[in-house]
Design a protein around this ligand. Structure first.
Ligand SMILES: [Zn+2]
Length: 301
């Protein structure tokens, strides 16, 4: 019996220590990443690998170019047949009877003063967990803030694209924003941000939402091939930051078991913070609690 207890203790301790390795605490926050510097390093390291067989991505990190070639081989020349937010393979809710909802917040472009500190401080103060979909240019503009958010277990970091573009293989547009133009372009939009986040936090995100939340069906398959899930929403929380407080609270009132809300955390001059403050109180009163997507990964649909 004592032997079994000791064995259990060892398993628990090893589990804990391997978890700590992916925490961002060890990463030098002051190290500014130059455009594509990390990408070149990755490409160079690939050259030295020679003929060694490629290891699965989750083990070692398969090289950027190798992965890109595979995606190009598989999808080059395939014409998409659908374009939109609600395609097959794009997740919009958590399938559950539990009284839980997931709040997701997008950090879109990297323009200055594009951080809603009041909103995030409110989530921290009220201990409301959330999933943050963060764009590559936002990370570069707000790197110190990004490191703080990534180091806070209340928040799960997800990928909102490197240049915040609709994800297309043919340059389709959404809200007058031109989408990625090719398979190669779509790959870069997803994977450059994966690599940037991995470089800074030690972990690859598990979820992707394109800029504008539009995709074509080929792009959705590419996302899945890169070990990601495309996640949209079924409650439009702030309509791109255009809702006033009243409209945001109304959106909260539509919450059901397993709802995924879409908000923005890059619009400090909007009424999002005020609306979320009241909406969170309302849902708490109704007995809902808040979860990160990763906690319900197998129930995402
Ligand atoms: Zn966005």
């Amino acid at each position: 019996m004592r032997k079994i207890l000791i064995l259990l203790l060892i398993i628990i301790l090893t589990g804990c220590s391997s978890r700590e390795e992916v925490l961002p605490a060890d990463i030098d926050e002051s190290a500014e990443l130059e455009e594509d510097e990390w990408l070149e390093e990755e490409e160079n390291s690939q050259e030295h690998e020679g003929d060694t067989p490629t290891k699965p991505k989750e083990e070692e990190g398969i090289g950027y170019q190798d992965l890109k070639d595979r995606i190009l081989d598989k999808y080059q020349g395939i014409a998409p047949s659908e374009w939109g937010e609600n395609l097959e393979g794009v997740i919009s809710e958590i399938q559950t009877d539990e009284k839980i909802v997931a709040l997701t917040f997008d950090a879109c472009d990297g323009s200055p003063n594009s951080y809603d500190k009041k909103l995030i401080d409110f989530l921290i103060q009220e201990e409301v967990p959330a999933t943050l979909f963060i764009g590559g240019q936002w990370i570069k503009e707000n790197q110190a803030i990004f490191m703080e958010l990534a180091g806070n277990p209340l928040f799960e970091i997800a990928n909102h694209g490197y240049h915040h573009k609709p994800l297309s293989v043919t340059g389709e547009r959404a809200y007058n924003i031109e989408g990625t133009k090719s398979v190669e372009d779509a790959f870069d939009e997803i994977y450059k941000n994966q690599m940037l986040i991995k470089e800074l936090t030690g972990s690859y995100p598990k979820y992707f939402r394109s800029g504008t939340a539009y995709y074509d069906d080929v792009a959705v398959e590419i996302i899945q091939d890169l070990d990601l899930k495309a996640v949209n929403y079924n409650v439009l929380g702030d309509a791109g930051g255009t809702f006033n407080k009243k409209q945001i609270v109304k959106a909260f009132e539509t919450a059901k078991e397993g709802s995924i809300f879409l908000f923005h955390m890059n619009q400090p001059h909007s009424e999002i913070c005020k609306g979320v403050q009241e909406g969170v109180r309302l849902l708490k009163e109704r007995g809902f609690s808040f979860v990160q997507l990763g906690e319900y990964d197998e129930f995402l649909k």
